[in-house]
Design a binder for this molecule. Structure first.
Ligand SMILES: Cc1cc2nc3c(=O)[nH]c(=O)nc-3n(C[C@H](O)[C@H](O)[C@H](O)COP(=O)(O)O)c2cc1C
Length: 164
């Protein structure tokens, strides 16, 4: 086994080490002023069960994060194992990332992606500044799940879940 060293940390090493922690992948999305916004995240964490709350961390310069802060509502679309292209699309340079996707819409008009493993709608509870990111804490107001397996992200690559 490789020896662990305790040398000083920089963002590249931190990112690399955190890459050893496998996560699911989600697209957080909202609608603001008639425009749809969405971004891929893997910082999603459940926080509280009563009430049901979750959080994610968003780069402070994110256009999707700004739209979510303004609208005060967002959807969380937890991607299924066949949706790595969708994950890529929501990190890319596309101006309208929803083109050709025909999303469904929640009662509040939040975009919901077809084929997701789960889709939740949330109200922004608080936003905390943390370094160059915002921690966006949301209260879950509705949700639904499908039977599909999740997309997994590990060391910069996509994979699928396998039981141990
Ligand atoms: C698998 C994966 C996970 C990501 N997770 C996050 C995240 O948790 N927070 C974040 O700010 N950016 C994350 N990103 C980068 C954003 O998806 C990317 O910067 C996106 O363009 C931000 O949306 P915006 O263009 O609306 O600002 C992730 C990218 C990938 C490929």
């Amino acid at each position: 086994m490789m020896m662990l060293s305790g040398s000083a940390i920089d963002s590249k090493r931190f990112r690399s080490m955190m890459g050893t922690f496998p996560t699911g992948v989600a697209v957080i999305a909202t609608e603001w002023n008639g425009e749809l916004f969405g971004a891929t995240i893997n910082s999603l964490t459940s926080v509280s069960l009563a009430p049901c709350m979750l959080l994610f961390c968003m780069n402070e310069g994110s256009t999707t994060g700004a739209a979510i802060r303004r609208r005060g509502l967002f959807s969380v679309n937890i991607l299924g194992q066949h949706q790595s292209e969708l994950s890529h699309r929501f990190t890319g340079q596309l101006k309208n990332r929803f083109d050709d996707l025909a999303p469904a819409f929640s009662a509040d008009g939040l975009p919901l992606l077809q084929g997701a493993a789960a889709r939740l709608c949330c109200r922004v509870a608080t936003v905390h500044k943390a370094g160059d990111h915002d921690i966006i804490l949301g209260e879950v107001i509705s949700g639904e799940e499908s039977m599909c397996s999740p997309l997994v992200f590990h060391k910069g690559a996509y994979g699928s879940f396998q039981r141990a």
